[in-house]
Structures are given as structure tokens and as C-alpha cells.
Design a binder for this molecule. Structure first.
Ligand code: GCU
Length: 623
């Protein structure tokens, strides 16, 4: 008897019966954000993770392994290099994630897909030992059809993440003269945002576009709705789509979809006296679509739509016909506790801090999480929405394939976020060479053209370094609607000391206005590091930061033609090994221009910004 008791666990081990640490979950229908297709099942709970420093996982067939030896239990979202400030951590590496699950339904008529909200950076995915797909790039969701699922019993999803930043990635890898990996924010490695199992009954939504258009504040609105639907079955189907926009019924018609075929459905309605969306009155219409086959509902999609117009005219941004003079925050979706694998509570905290400071606009260097977009829609914040085409050198941008990839990022960002009223513009990048030559012009022109074709309702912008030596690029920036200036006058010296003197800011801004009379101009960044008490004239002190901000705001407020001013950044974040950011007493790798410390404490300058932002009429009346 005694012997048998000993042998049983051994048998179990030999048969590779999963231990309780990775027992198969049956995921629940739930999503961390509302807008999107119905039938999303969060793959939360326990996952297994294993680091693969020697890159041996593929040879050793970790996609097939049943053993749990060497694997640790983690929660996803997860970044494996949290708190690791080494060069190796910044450079990135390889890690494997594994999740056992059972299907929520054994119905053989259903197909399933995996939806990944953001994985950094190269992802390869296996299901039950077989490869099912891959993706390159972070911050933009991707989906992979789940081929080879077991209807009953345990399925194993295996995800290999390679986070090594390369020269042609967005953002690109950079290495400084000492061989230290560089870059504009920490290379948090892993499955940074959540993963879903997505139920596909007969059809899959390829693109859902709800586009309200309105020509003036008192005009009727037209709402155009376009849906591309894919038949996921091998049989022809007759499919109809109906829906609601607020309390209005819509009918996008009935079409035949061939086996695995795609069809475009559309409808448009006119709304008189629409309730407009704006930061002061963030009115949203509930929108839902229902897909039926033979009268039976097979799929549904929900979203929230805001009727508003955003345009550039006479050299500034107008929302619903009234000029914008917005104030707000740049930030990273990061926390000390979770790196980039933050939860919705942290997203709410960042948005609430922005609002507390009087901000009405958000910016970061990559598309925000969908929940942040929904918060912005609901609470009335505008978003400067940017692809991570960040400081890409001209030598790299020169390659047509890199430019095509950048435009492809733009396509995916617009597809993912075009229905959010909060998105005020599409930004095609940040701080490319400040001396734009033919290469950058080729990129700008193609990206702007593409964005306009895909979404003619939004302006297109680019953030540039504010340097007098490259002040007027009217020809090069011709196709842009909006230019954002990253202003560090009086903080960094800049090339040849050209921005050393803060008193040069005012004249620079006037000269910029004169150069671009028809473009909307914003200050997309300004900021000074602060991490200590000390004299006002010493960079890096609370007092210096306050004084610098007060000086800057004073000057920028005398330029009523600016469409907006964004502080960089709301929160402290990790940048890269050796970061000093202009502070003589830095605390690498933390970026300390934030108004709130890494530990969540408001610096004195938070209240200066708050005073300025709250005193500004950010939505002056038209005319
Ligand atoms: C840049 C950049 C930011 C960076 C900042 C800084 O212009 O866009 O990502 O953090 O400057 O130097 O602090």
C-alpha cells in the first residue's frame, strides 16, 4: 500500500498530468473594455512563464513540452523585466508564456480566435503544439485564428515573445557610444496587455466603422456606418446586419458571403439636433450591431460614438466650429508596480490626475490601451494619437520597406481606434530628423495621404524638436495639418546651445507661426526634471522645475494662436540605463520631468501646472 501511494504521484508525473498550478481554466465571457465584438473571453488566471536566455526553446520544443520544470506561474498581462534596470533588460530578450484552457463551449459550429492587445515585440504562437501565427510590433492589437482546437479537454496556448529591439523596429533600438542600449522609454518585455479568446459564430468583424460627420455646430449630422464581415465557415451564408445608433434603428442590409468570403455592409443616417460630443459635454451614443443568419443572431458588436467635428482652419484646430486652446499631459501607461502591464485602476488614476490638473488632452508615443480611449471618450479628453515611429533615423527611414511598415502601423492604429470621439488627430511620429530631407518628406507625404484616405475626418500631425536651426520647413511639412513642437528652451542646451536660453522661446514661437500660417500648431512637450529640494537656479530641484514651468506657461499663454500645450510628462517613468535628462543629479533609469513621482507623490510643480491649466480658457468661443 505504502509503495503504491509513493508510485502514484510518479505515474502522474510520467503521464504529465497537469499540476494544479496550471490546471486548465474555462475562461469567462468578460473584457476589460466595452467597445468591440461580443463573445470575448478573458484569458486571465494563471499562466506559466519561462525565460529563454540561450534561445533554446525552439530547438528544445518548448511549444510542445508538457513538463512544468523551469516554468513559473505568472499573471498576464506581465512584463518579465520589471525592476531590472540592467543593459540586458533594456536590450530585450526571449520569454515563453503558456496557458492551458478549455473552450467555454464545445459547440462544433463555433470557431475561435486569440486576441492580443499588445505584445512587445515579436510574437510566435502555437496551439496544441502547432504554429498558428505570428505578429511583429507592440501597442496595437492583433488576432490569430485558433486552428487545431480541441472542443473538449485541455488546449495549450504557447506564446514566444522576443523583445529584442532592432534598428528597424518602432521604436528603433539605439546604442550609445559605450554600447549601452538606448531609447525613449523602457523596453518592458512580455505580454503587456491582456489576451482574449474570441468566439466566432459564422462571421468575424474585420472592420467596424461608425463615422459621424457634421459641418457646423447647428447642422444635421450624417453618420456613416461601414462593416466588413468575414464568413469564417466553409459554406456560403446569407447574412444580415441591423443595429441601433442611440434610439435610431439602422439596417446595413443582407448579403451573400461565399465560403470564407468577405462582404462590405453599410448604412447612413441623418440626425437632426445631434447631441454633440466635446470635453465639456462628452455625449456618447450607444451603438450596437446584430448579425443574423436565417433570422438567428450569430454575432454582435457594441461601441460608443460621439458626434463632433475636428478640423484645421485658419491655422488652428477647431472642435465643433470653436477654436481649441487645450492643455494637457503626455504620459506613459506605466506604474512602478507593473511596468507597462498596468490595470484599469492605474489607467483611471493617470486620467484622473490629468483631469485634476485641469488637462483636457492626453498624449503618448504609441496607441493607448482601449480602456484609456474609452475613459477619454466618456470623460471628455482629447487624444493626440501617435504611432511609435519615434526618432527613427534618416538612414533607416531611407529604406522603402521601413516607410511601408510605418504606414502599416498607421493603418492598424486607425483601424483599431477610429471610432473613439476622443481621438483628435493621427500623429505619424515623433522627432524624426529636425532637418527633414527627401527621405522624411517621402515618409510624411505617403503617411499623410494614407491617413487621409483611410480617415478623411481627422487632421494628421507630427511632433518635432523645437530647434531654431530648423525653424521653417514649410515645403517639407507641406502635407501636415498639425505640427507639434517639443519645447525644451532653457532646459536642454540643444545642438550648438541653440535652446540654452529660455528667453529665446517667445521669438522662436512667433517665427514658427509666421512660417506655418495655415497649420495648427501645438506644443506637444515641455518639461524639466526635478527630484530634490534645492536652490531655484539649480537644475533638477523642485524650485527650478516650478520656476521653469511658470516661465514657459507665461510665454506660451501669450500665443493665443497655439491650439494646445502638453506637459511632458504627467508621471515619472523608466527611460533607459544612464538616463540623465538634463538633470545634474539624475536617478537613472527614471525620467523625472514628471509632475508626480514614481511613487505617486505630487511634486510642487503639479500645482503650478494645475493653476495655469485651470486659469486657461481652453475652449474659447468661436469668432
Ligand atoms: C523627447 C521625447 C520624449 C523624451 C523627452 C525628454 O523630445 O519626445 O520621449 O522623454 O524628449 O528628453 O525628456
Amino acid at each position: 500500500m505504502v509503495r503504491l501511494r509513493f508510485l502514484l504521484p510518479l505515474f502522474a508525473l510520467l503521464l504529465c498530468v497537469p499540476s494544479s498550478a496550471h490546471a486548465a481554466d474555462k475562461p469567462n465571457e468578460q473584457a476589460l473594455y466595452q467597445d468591440g465584438p461580443q463573445g470575448r473571453y478573458l484569458l486571465d488566471g494563471d499562466w506559466l512563464f519561462r525565460k529563454d536566455d540561450a534561445d533554446q526553446g525552439i530547438n528544445q520544443r518548448w511549444m510542445r513540452t508538457t513538463s512544468t520544470a523551469g516554468w513559473n506561474t505568472v499573471k498576464v498581462p506581465n512584463v518579465w523585466n520589471l525592476g531590472d534596470a540592467s543593459n540586458e533588460s533594456m536590450a530585450g530578450g526571449i520569454g515563453w508564456y503558456r496557458k492551458d484552457f478549455e473552450l467555454p463551449s464545445a459547440d462544433s459550429a463555433l470557431a475561435w480566435a486569440f486576441r492580443f492587445e499588445s505584445v512587445n515585440y515579436r510574437t510566435r504562437v502555437w496551439l496544441n503544439g502547432k504554429p498558428i501565427g505570428e505578429n511583429t510590433g507592440a501597442y496595437i492589437p492583433f488576432e490569430i485564428q485558433a486552428a487545431g482546437l480541441k472542443r473538449k479537454g485541455t488546449n495549450r496556448l504557447v506564446v514566444r515573445v522576443d523583445s529584442k529591439r532592432l534598428d528597424r523596429d518602432f521604436p528603433p533600438a539605439r546604442t550609445n557610444a559605450d554600447g549601452v542600449p538606448s531609447g525613449g522609454w523602457w523596453n518592458y518585455s512580455g505580454i503587456q496587455r491582456e489576451v482574449y479568446l474570441k468566439k466566432l459564430d459564422t462571421v468575424d468583424f474585420q472592420r467596424v466603422q461608425v463615422r459621424p460627420e457634421i459641418d457646423c455646430g447647428t447642422c444635421d449630422a450624417t453618420v456613416r456606418m461601414n462593416i466588413n464581415l468575414r464568413n469564417v465557415t466553409n459554406r456560403g451564408q446569407r447574412v444580415s446586419i441591423t443595429g441601433k445608433f442611440g434610439d435610431r434603428k439602422v439596417n446595413l442590409g443582407t448579403k451573400s458571403l461565399g465560403p470564407k468570403g468577405i462582404a462590405a455592409f453599410s448604412d447612413s443616417i441623418r440626425i437632426s439636433n445631434p447631441k454633440l460630443w466635446s470635453p465639456q459635454t462628452p455625449n456618447l451614443y450607444d451603438v450596437s450591431f446584430t448579425v443574423r443568419v436565417d433570422g438567428k443572431k450569430v454575432a454582435g458588436y457594441d461601441l460608443h460614438s460621439g458626434v463632433r467635428s475636428i478640423k484645421v482652419s485658419q491655422g488652428r484646430l477647431f472642435l465643433n466650429g470653436a477654436p481649441l486652446n487645450v492643455r494637457g499631459m503626455g504620459l506613459h501607461e506605466e506604474s512602478k508596480a507593473a511596468g507597462f502591464a498596468i490595470d484599469n485602476a492605474r489607467r483611471e488614476e493617470l486620467v484622473n490626475l490629468t483631469r485634476e490638473a485641469g488637462g483636457t488632452v492626453l498624449r503618448t508615443h504609441y496607441p493607448f490601451h482601449p480602456y484609456t480611449h474609452e475613459l477619454a471618450d466618456r470623460l471628455g479628453l482629447l487624444i493626440w494619437e501617435e504611432i511609435p515611429v519615434y526618432s527613427v533615423s534618416t538612414a533607416v527611414l531611407k529604406e522603402p520597406s521601413v516607410r511601408r511598415l510605418a504606414v502599416h502601423e498607421l493603418e492598424r492604429m486607425i483601424g483599431a481606434n477610429e471610432n473613439h470621439a476622443s481621438v483628435m488627430l493621427w500623429s505619424i511620429g515623433n522627432e524624426l530628423s529636425s532637418q527633414p530631407g527627401p527621405v522624411q518628406v517621402a515618409y510624411i507625404d505617403s503617411a499623410v495621404k494614407f491617413a487621409k484616405e483611410m480617415d478623411p475626418t481627422r487632421p494628421v500631425g507630427l511632433a518635432v524638436a523645437a530647434y531654431p536651426s530648423s525653424l521653417c520647413q514649410a515645403t517639407q511639412y507641406k502635407s501636415l495639418d498639425v505640427i507639434g513642437f517639443n519645447n525644451y528652451f532653457g532646459w536642454y542646451p540643444g545642438p550648438s546651445g541653440q535652446i540654452f536660453d529660455r528667453t529665446k522661446l517667445s521669438g522662436y514661437l512667433d517665427a514658427v507661426r509666421a512660417c506655418y500660417p495655415d497649420k495648427a500648431l501645438m506644443v506637444t512637450e515641455f518639461g524639466a526634471e526635478a527630484n530634490r529640494d534645492g536652490p531655484i537656479e539649480e537644475k533638477g530641484t523642485w524650485a527650478f522645475q516650478q520656476d521653469w514651468i511658470n516661465y514657459q506657461m507665461n510665454v506660451m499663454n501669450t500665443k493665443p494662436w497655439l491650439s494646445g500645450v502638453v506637459y511632458w510628462a504627467l508621471n515619472e517613468f523608466w527611460v533607459r540605463p544612464g538616463w540623465e535628462g538634463g538633470n545634474p543629479r539624475p536617478a537613472a533609469p527614471i525620467h523625472q520631468k514628471g509632475l508626480v513621482t514614481y511613487d505617486g507623490v505630487k511634486k510642487p510643480a503639479f500645482f503650478d501646472i494645475q493653476r495655469w491649466f485651470k486659469a486657461t480658457n481652453q475652449f474659447p468661443p468661436a469668432g
